[in-house]
Design a binder for this molecule. Sequence first.
Ligand code: UD1
Ligand code: CA
Length: 461
Amino acid sequence: MTHPLAVAVLAAGKGTRMRSQLPKVLHPLGGRTLVENVLASLDQVQPERQIAIVGYLADEVRSALAHVSELEFVEQTEQLGTGHAVQQVIPALAGFEGNLLVLNGDVPLLRPETIAKMVQTHVDNNNAATILTAQFDDPTGYGRVFCDDNYIVSEIIEHRDCTPDQRNNKRINSGIYCFNWPKLMPVLPPLKSDNDQKEYYLTDVVKELAPVMALDVDDIEEISGINNRKQLSDAATVLQDRIKDELMLSGITMINPDSITIDATVSVAPDVVIEPETHLRGTTTIAAGCHIGPGTLIENSAIGAGTTVRYSVVSDSTIEGAGQIGPYTHLRRQAILGEGCRVGNFVEIKQSQLGNNTNAAHLSYLGNATLGDKVNIGAGTITANYDGVNKHPTVIKDNTKTGSNSVLVAPVTLGENVTVGAGAVVTKDVDANCLIVTRGERRVIKDWQPKLTNKNAPKKS
Ligand code: UD1
Ligand code: CA
């Protein structure tokens, strides 16, 4: 027998305690939004439906999640409680015969293994509901789960609705549940809001269902919710430790990992060394044998095998392999470097392509440029690509060498094997195999002294 699974992610709340213009579920954590982290915890189950319940700034949440093609959206126009939120999926799940996993959009540290285990426990025991729970030393604020020695739950009572005696129960409700949908559906519409908050509580369905089972998580960090920025920062620390521990165990060396941050979306091959104060973000991939850092930021970039990057910033760019980058290099907006390129001190490369074994070692700006193989860019070479309105291209073909402090005024093409003299200002195309020199002729004036006058000297009468 198969057990189809649907997922409802509660993401309609404002998140008042974040004190932010941004809806809580869109705050970033480890390179993804909170709610994207929640969706990532579904990795080991195969839901056939995924529904996000949106409300507060619904359009913003929808557009931030538009890339998740399998996600459906249901709107909860007024936030009248978690039970009311789940009532909103009733039309969407008409006729659905499987289980419904309910996740809070603000619980981002759940492991895929935990979700898989919970669904399995639910199916194996043929439960009406299975609730992820934990024993907290300080359960203040959480709903308390009341169950017997066999983990069969009788009810959940919110902290504020508990008697002092009930508050001594340390087993808390994580807000993560698996329900048998055909059993849950009929008990949702009759929910009442006769509680301290006058909200429709999802937790009240527990009294109407049987059997309901509690499943304690092994690691309580997994179910901590984010309500304020302090908790967001604590969660980031937990996530960073997880990401870096996993990478180190997979064969990556990190020097002083506490000073390194790596997004969950980054992939790093074995035998990479990452030095202190290095930050890898977004869709970055680092191939085997690279040495990254110290002091480097790489975002949304692909770094090919055997590349060294030191004290540099690389964004939205590609280094094909065996590159030597830095110190103090800035590659951005589709800089694409071929194999074996050396790019060094105070060089900025934007929207440009370098062939193989091409170097720009010092003090240059290359923008909208296409360079061939074995080009050598002299210190201080600038592509003057902007006329104040438009950007223009520069083409530099194989084996060409530019002299120190040369300015290539785009649009301009230098053929193969050109040599540009130091200090040249190149405004027109140069054919292959030519030397171009544009400086004025040298003049040496012998025995020359400056005419010095002292303005303050008393005037001769
Ligand atoms: C809820 C549980 C509590 C549990 C805690 C765990 C209820 C009644 N209580 O309390 O037992 O210990 O989570 O963190 O369910 N949301 C909506 N629409 C609404 C209300 C909430 O989408 O109308 C969303 C919120 O955006 C949030 C989630 O549901 O993602 C939880 O809501 P919240 O108000 O934070 O519930 P808690 O008071 O934390
Ligand atoms: Ca909460």
